[in-house]
Design a protein around this ligand. Structure first.
Ligand code: PMV
Length: 350
């Protein structure tokens, strides 16, 4: 991952002129241990099931939003390039929501930088929309609590609601039709379990995502014969994963994380048209983790992946270098690096 960090800190400070207001915000991506996959109410961006994730350190999105009466249209620059089409549209719709909440009519300039690759299963949409929610709401003069920020962020990308908080985070699906009980909340801080590490395995030739998760998950809801069963199983797994993290219990956590990931992959693969996010290398990494556990005689690691080909392998510090050497040898693995639970999203500058 280090090679991506060289780009950090580039040009996110928009000058503030007369009649303009700006704010900058930083957020980290997260990796879900219990996946969000399926929306029950698109207008309110309400998920079918609660999810649980780990916010990651080192990777980050920094975003500056400047509203100005002199701008004729919204302008969006992501990693130094002018955004067009779908990515620009998503940001403009999000800005419209912030304008509606604040009463502000001005157009905005948005500048956003990631220090990691986008659209590759590394959840840039989570950090991206969490940072945008923070920067846009502050620039528009809204003073939102972290909970309210998580409720706003989910309109950009569901997983962004979780990136508002650091450490281990649960996004509660809620039950109310108006969505008032749907929000993310921190469960345990980043320092809760110092032994736990996330070994990120980047695979070569990971395809760029063709369909946004937001769309793809609705195909699953509509067509996967396994989706209904998944929904009945998730609450049990989520409760088990929450308890295992609370007790720092790898024997309980790791099998549940893999069971959950397998369930997610299975509903994706039985979607029509089928959603196949993994490469041959990703699958070989999963097999290697299963073999590692079998040989160690106990669950010492757990794989998980999002809608992309890279694999996150959770393990314990004392197992980490042995496992890393093993996974680095899998043909097609580009790099392996360690991440730890990271901090909450935060305002930058003033
Ligand atoms: O937040 P979205 O719309 O990018 O969807 C996220 C979907 C997964 O990453 C696969 C699961 C999750 O909970 O993060």
């Amino acid at each position: 991952m280090d090679k991506y960090c060289a780009r950090s800190g580039s040009g996110v400070h928009a000058p503030e002129g007369r009649g303009s207001r700006s704010a900058s915000f930083e957020a980290r991506p997260n990796i879900a241990l219990v996946k969000y996959w399926g929306v029950r109410d698109r207008d309110r961006a309400l998920p079918y099931n609660s999810s649980l994730s780990v916010t990651l350190d080192r990777l980050r999105t920094r975003t500056t939003v400047r509203f100005a009466s002199t701008l004729a249209a919204d302008r969006v620059v992501i990693n130094g390039a002018e955004a067009t089409g779908g990515p620009r549209e998503g940001v403009v719709l999000f800005l419209d929501r912030v304008r509606a909440m604040s009463g502000l009519l001005d157009r905005a300039e948005v500048e956003s930088d990631n220090n990691f690759p986008t659209a590759s299963g590394m959840a840039s949409s989570a950090s991206g929309f969490a940072a945008l929610a923070g920067a846009a709401s502050r620039a528009a003069g809204l003073k939102l609590s972290p909970r309210a920020l998580s409720q706003l962020a989910r309109y950009g990308s569901g997983s962004a609601s979780r990136s508002v908080f650091g450490g281990f985070v649960e996004w509660r699906a809620g039950e109310r039709a108006d969505g008032s009980d749907c929000y993310a909340r921190p469960l345990f801080g980043p320092e809760h379990w110092p032994e736990l590490v996330d070994l990120v395995v980047l695979v070569r030739g990971a395809p760029r995502k063709e369909v946004r998760s937001k769309e793809a998950m609705q195909w699953t809801v509509a067509t996967s014969p396994e989706y209904g069963r998944r929904l009945t199983e998730v609450p049990r797994r989520l409760a088990g994963i929450r308890t295992a993290i609370a007790r720092r219990d790898p024997d309980r956590l790791f099998p549940l994380v893999m069971e959950e990931c397998d369930s997610f992959r299975s509903v994706c693969e039985t979607t029509r048209p089928s959603l196949d996010y993994l490469t041959v290398t990703s699958r070989a990494v999963l097999t290697e983790v299963r073999d590692f556990n079998r040989e160690r005689g106990r669950p010492r690691a757990a794989y998980t992946h999002d809608a992309g080909a890279h694999v996150h392998v959770f393990t314990l510090r004392r197992e980490a270098s042995r496992l890393r050497a093993r996974l680095a040898r899998v043909p097609g693995v580009e790099s392996t690096s360690f991440l730890r639970p990271g901090p909450a999203a935060r305002p930058l500058g003033r």
